[in-house]
Write a protein that binds this ligand. Sequence first.
Ligand code: FES
Length: 102
Amino acid sequence: MGKIIVCKTSDIPLGKMIKVSIDGRDILVANIDGKYCATDDSCTHSGASLAEGKLDGCTITCGWHAAKFDCKTGKLIEFPAKIRDLTTYNVSVESNNIFVEM
Ligand code: FES
């Protein structure tokens, strides 16, 4: 699919994350210390929107059952059961526009 513009840098304040939809796929984009990262938005446990959870540093905590994922790597950090890691995407910024590669 290539590189797709998803939002402006001003849409995501420091330490925040948003959900964007690209061709029907929900992607989470987060601003961690001025660097942006992107993962699938859907929790691999039961499908909650991770953008509705919490972001602390680069740790996303799911709002439903508290699974924790690393936003940069997509790796599961903590959960009582084995669930899949999140798919991550390359992010780039040009002229205050955020692009995600899919
Ligand atoms: S849906 Fe995310 S931890 Fe259950």
